[in-house]
Design a protein around this ligand. Structure first.
Ligand code: BES
Ligand code: ZN
Ligand code: ZN
Length: 491
């Protein structure tokens, strides 16, 4: 798909799309649209209210060329999230019918909205054509088209270029998260990162089992010991010459979570192929940051493993070692994410001095019980970082919402036999106690945030009947990083 920006359209496209808000200009806009395309205004006004997801299709002829006009209602809300949802569903449902050349005319939307709308249109067109059927023998390919965005606003080509880069990485991230465990092992994930590093210009090192043993990443080893797939410890570094800040990113990379001996029920176990959504988010972030050449240094670490079960698997009650030197009592083998993240956090804070440290993890069912599928849980004691992440999330539609980190919850981690235990044994405040567990391994990093994406990484989307990947986290981190860079330029 090729997306370009034009001030005026030269030839008649197969489809012209007009996005329009439900605001006080609607009537006068519809009047002008009707006049321009020789449609009856009264009928148009009667049939089309511009509610979000409403689409009115009509046909017209310019010269000898037949063309299609689709007016898309965006509703009354001007926020990124709902508009993206509308346009993504639009492209998803209309994709087979739009033809080879499409024009999106922004003329009926205020010019100050053009940067946001052209970004969303580009992302929606690419991501909206996403094909879930990666492993079908009869691959139905979605139709490819040329898309022209019509706008006179300044700076639109750069916005579109960045949006295309974002969408292409989001699609790659969705493919990763949707890939089942037999197609995406820790080793394959490592190779994906090596290839991305080569293509986009960042350094990658993947430690295999032997190197992980040598490095004494013992909590990661403990989780992986019940699987015949070797673990991988992925370290990726992106550097920019003019960078003033180094941001550390850590992502939970459990390529399949059976729960281990504390085995999960079978009803939704297949969804646990998505338990590397945190890894995908941070790997997508470093890939995109490199593509966009953001003025920041990044270190991304992904501990990758299966949480499987065989005779060698860790057992509830086992006491394991960790990279930090602290011993951990494993009360529940299904609380494996925090174990592998503990090693990644200790490793990162020991080996790298990062100004900011953010981890993404599909960590707890509890965060879903708390926030549902509409926001990720945000855990940090740093007020400034909290505000910045909430702001970034609001801006791009990937919302995070804060939950407390009071020391009262530490009691739940006290073990009689080891330095710390991985589960309180009580079905209470599970997302918070998980975050408090992680905190133990951050070497008191004062600018650390944990983001629990269990409810947002994988969910109901227009792409399939079953839950599937959302690429949550990529846009959020990039938005956060962009704002960080902007602030630095001003300082
Ligand atoms: N991967 C799961 C969390 C999860 C649940 C992600 C649902 C996505 C959807 C995690 O490893 C897990 O099993 N957590 C347990 C922890 C508990 C045993 C302390 C949970 O949340 O139930
Ligand atoms: Zn688990
Ligand atoms: Zn898990």
């Amino acid at each position: 798909m090729k997306i370009t920006t034009v001030v005026e359209i030269k030839s008649t496209p197969s489809s012209t799309i007009i996005p329009i808000f439900q605001d006080d200009k609607l009537e006068s806009n519809l009047r002008l649209i009707a006049k321009k395309h020789a449609i009856d205004f009264q009928l148009l006004r009667h049939d089309f209210k511009a509610a979000s997801n409403e689409v009115l299709t009509t046909y017209f002829k310019r010269g000898t060329t037949s063309s299609k006009l689709l007016i898309v209602g965006l509703g009354e809300h001007l926020e990124h999230g709902p508009i993206l949802k509308t346009l993504r569903s639009f492209f998803k449902t209309q994709n087979p019918k739009l033809g080879k050349s499409i024009a999106v005319n922004l003329a009926w939307v205020a010019q100050k909205m053009h940067p946001m709308l052209s970004e969303i249109t580009s992302v929606a067109a690419i991501v909206g054509s996403y094909n879930l059927g990666l492993y079908k023998s009869d691959k139905k390919t979605t139709s490819k088209f040329k898309l022209q965005i019509i706008s006179r606003a300044p700076g639109i080509p750069k916005v579109v270029k960045d949006a295309v880069a974002l969408a292409e990485t989001q699609v790659r991230v969705m493919d990763l998260v949707n890939a089942p465990a037999n197609k995406l092992t820790p080793k394959i994930l490592g190779n994906w990162v090596i290839n991305s590093g080569k293509t986009n210009g960042f350094q990658v090192k993947v430690l295999n089992k032997k190197a992980i043993e040598k490095m004494k990443l013992n909590a990661l080893l403990a989780v992986s010991q019940g699987s015949d797939q070797e673990p991988a410890f992925i370290i990726a570094e992106y550097k920019h010459k003019l960078a003033k800040t180094t941001v550390g990113l850590i992502g939970k990379g459990v390529t399949f979570d059976t729960g281990g001996l504390s085995i999960k029920g079978s009803a939704n176990m297949h969804y646990m192929k998505s338990d590397m959504g945190g890894a995908a988010a941070v790997l997508g972030t470093i890939e995109l940051a490199a593509k966009l050449k953001l003025q920041v240094n990044l270190v991304a670490i992904v501990p990758a493993t299966e949480n499987s079960v065989d005779a060698a698997a860790i057992k509830p009650g086992d006491i394991i070692d960790s990279y930090s030197g602290k011993t951990i009592e494993v009360i529940d083998t299904d609380a494996e994410g925090r174990l592998i993240l503990s090693d990644a956090l200790s490793y990162m804070t020991k080996k790298y001095s990062t100004d900011v440290l953010i981890d993404y993890a599909t960590l707890t069912g509890s965060v879903i019980a708390t926030l549902g599928y509409h926001a990720a849980g945000l855990f940090t004691l740093n007020e400034k970082l909290s505000k910045e992440l909430i702001e970034a999330g609001k801006h791009c539609g990937e919302r995070v919402w804060p939950l407390p980190m009071w020391s009262d919850y530490e009691e739940d981690l006290e073990s009689d036999v080891a330095d710390v235990k991985n589960y309180s044994g009580k079905p209470l405040a599970g997302a918070i106690t998980a975050a408090k567990f992680l905190e133990v391994f951050t070497n008191k990093h004062t600018n650390w945030a944990h983001i629990d994406i269990a409810g947002t990484a994988f969910g109901d989307t227009p792409f399939g009947k079953q839950k599937n990947a959302t690429a949550f986290g990529v846009q959020l981190s990039i938005e956060y990083l962009k704002q960080l860079v902007e602030k630095q330029k001003k300082a």
